[in-house]
Design a protein around this ligand. Structure first.
Ligand code: MG
Ligand code: MG
Length: 248
């Protein structure tokens, strides 16, 4: 069952989403060479609490951080640590916040200092792939239309589409029905209805789509060591389109 949110629930989802967006805005200024991902994590923790919200990911399935911090070839679920960001890195910050029982979830990939052209290409086209996926959303379309749009865009730009990890429904929990893959054939799966809230989150790689998990049992990395990017918004399905809930 994919839940349809009431007016009241939508207001709470909007608030949760805006807190996630504000946390991104706040953290962005600290993404510089020399800062550790643990320091970013602490800044996120304090900021989310200052907004009368709680971090969605802290202790979720046992995750030890407030945010996921994934550098370069790390795709997702990187654990905040004493590793310092270096000039030329890219870092993915995945942020979730819970406000009065409702969650927002948004990941973004940030350049650290000056990045090379290949990383720039990856960031530009992964962000565009997210908006390609979102662009098809409105009441009445099939869920798989989203993934099909993301995949078509990624293929056109010769980027590897991570298939093992997917977007998701979101509301009273971070991860709810349905799964929202970043690939697929149009016209399949559930039909979207106004009031559904989902997180769309392409993870695209500069090289192979293949990934594996590090021994920490969290961090996912690309199999060929090439960089990966991740852009995610939580959105509300509307009659004639969609609204981004995690706007900056
Ligand atoms: Mg996320
Ligand atoms: Mg998500």
């Amino acid at each position: 069952m994919i839940s349809i949110k009431s007016e009241r629930e939508i207001e709470l989802m909007k608030k949760a989403g805006s807190i996630v967006g504000a946390t991104h805005n706040y953290l962005k200024q600290f993404v510089k060479p020399g800062i550790t991902t643990k320091e970013l994590d602490k800044l996120a923790y304090d900021f989310i609490l200052s907004q009368d919200a709680t971090p969605s990911f802290l202790n979720l399935y046992g995750f030890p951080g407030t945010i996921c911090t994934s550098i370069n070839d790390e795709v997702v679920h990187g654990i905040p640590s004493n590793r310092k960001l270096k000039n030329g890195d890219i870092v993915k910050l995945d942020i979730g916040a819970c406000y009065k029982g409702y969650h927002g979830d948004s990941a973004w990939t940030y350049p650290v200092g000056t990045i090379d052209n290949k990383k720039q290409y990856l960031l530009e086209h992964t962000e565009k792939a997210l908006y390609e996926g979102l662009s098809v959303i409105k009441e009445g379309v099939h869920l798989s239309d989203i993934g099909a749009a993301v995949e078509a865009y990624a293929k056109k730009h010769k980027l590897g589409v991570v298939k093992e990890l997917v977007g998701h429904g979101i509301g009273t929990e971070v991860h709810m029905e349905p799964d929202v893959p970043n690939y697929g054939t149009p016209g399949h799966g559930p039909i979207l209805k106004a009031g559904m809230t989902i997180a769309v989150e392409p993870m695209l790689n500069l090289g192979t789509a293949n990934i594996y998990m590090l021994d920490d049992e969290w961090t996912i990395i690309t199999a060929d060591g090439k960089p990966s990017a991740h852009f995610e918004h939580t959105i509300l399905v509307e009659k004639d389109g969609y609204t981004i809930l995690t706007k900056r």
